[in-house]
Write a new protein. Structure first.
Length: 376
């Protein structure tokens, strides 16, 4: 990424691989997962910590039942688990040694563990959100602390219970975000977001693959530097279908208990509609930094400064994470490429390469100031 020529070669190559060769790639399709694999492989060449973050576009639990002699226990269900068979099964309560769940339900016919029981830290049932390898893992019921003595009794007496959980979820084709993390000198974290999914019948080159490629270029550059703040590059899926990838990532961070590390969210959405970057932020310090960067670079563009809060597009789910979080949303204007939005005309050939370069140069300088990225 050291020269203009090398950057343009990289951008053209990735546009060809991710748009022209793959074609339309809505989330939940094999084509989107092909995009995920390409991005993961590319980022892993520079960054040791690149993860695939699985999620479901849709999940719902129907009529969870855990019964003993006709009495139904008050149970919840861990979101994103799998279900039992439609008829359910008879089982016995067992203690589990895994340290994650407290009880298991052993199928009386097969002897296999066909469900598990998670005990809340509260008297009643508290929500549990599953992520990573736990997505579509064994059916997972949730009970409150008040029900533990009864479950202990059922386990001691080898009592038979009836377990049934019907789950409806989106396609079996896995769907992922890609998360590349570059550790900083502090745990304070800056997240750069760009979505990589398209809608049907369009390559989604300007919306939003070119912006995702700009984020990838920045990730490669920052991997060779020593940032003050921890940098996370989040390439999301399902933005076009309700911001589901970003919503999942926020819930995951909350479940992990690391959400308060996130200090600043920077969202890229359609940075190649023209050379004039459109900055939206309610944070005067961030806005002043953007203005300063534009002034120093002197690119001859006509930036747009909008004091609308940044909580739009994939930045929206981050708004209420904690009281200290801030952020900025970048879009662009200036060329006629906006007219191709969400149409078959939004293909790789329609991406203005000068916009990729100007956005990259601007964002490299901006990130340098926000995250303390020193030259490698």
């Amino acid at each position: 990424m050291e020269t203009l020529s090398s950057r343009m070669q990289y951008a053209e190559r990735m546009l060809r691989r991710l748009c022209t060769e793959v074609g339309p790639h809505p989330s939940g399709t094999p084509e989107y997962e092909q995009v995920v694999r390409i991005i993961h492989e590319d980022l892993s060449a520079s960054i040791p910590d690149v993860q695939l973050d699985r999620y479901l576009d849709y999940w719902a639990a129907l009529s969870p039942e855990l019964n003993h002699q006709g009495n139904r226990l008050a149970v919840g269900v861990a979101e994103n688990c799998s279900g039992t068979s439609a008829a359910g099964f008879d089982g016995r309560i067992r203690h589990t040694p895994d340290g994650v769940t407290t009880f298991a339900i052993e199928n009386v016919e097969t002897g296999s563990t066909d469900a598990v029981i998670h005990v809340s830290t509260d008297v009643g049932v508290r929500p549990v959100y599953l992520f990573g390898d736990a997505v579509l893992g064994p059916p997972r019921f949730i009970v409150g602390i008040r029900d533990v003595p009864f479950l202990e009794l059922l386990a001691e007496t080898e009592a038979v219970v009836q377990a049934r959980l019907r789950v409806v979820h989106s396609t079996d084709c896995p769907t992922h975000n890609i998360v590349a993390r570059i550790p900083g000198q502090t745990t304070d974290e800056v997240i750069v977001i760009a979505h990589a999914d398209s809608i049907i019948r369009t390559e989604g080159a300007n919306d939003n693959m070119a912006s995702a490629i700009i984020a990838m270029m920045l990730a490669h550059v920052c991997a060779e530097a020593k940032p003050r703040s921890t940098l996370t590059f989040l390439i999301t899926g399902s933005e076009e279908y309700g911001l589901i990838g970003a919503k999942h990532y926020v819930r995951r961070r909350m479940e992990e208990g690391t959400h308060r590390d996130i200090r600043c969210v920077i969202n890229f959405d359609s940075l190649t509609y023209g050379p004039n970057l459109w900055t939206s932020t309610h944070d005067p310090d961030l806005m002043e930094t953007v203005r300063s960067v534009h002034g120093e670079l002197g690119l001859g563009t006509d930036p747009i400064y909008d004091e609308t809060p940044c909580w739009m597009n994939d930045a929206a789910p981050f708004e209420d994470l904690h009281s200290q979080i801030t952020g900025v949303n970048f879009n662009s204007r200036g060329y006629e490429t906006l007219a191709a939005n969400h149409t078959p005309a939004d293909d790789a050939a329609n991406v203005p390469m000068d916009c990729i370069e100007s956005a990259f140069v601007t964002m490299r300088s901006f990130l340098g100031q926000i995250a303390g990225v020193s030259p490698p």
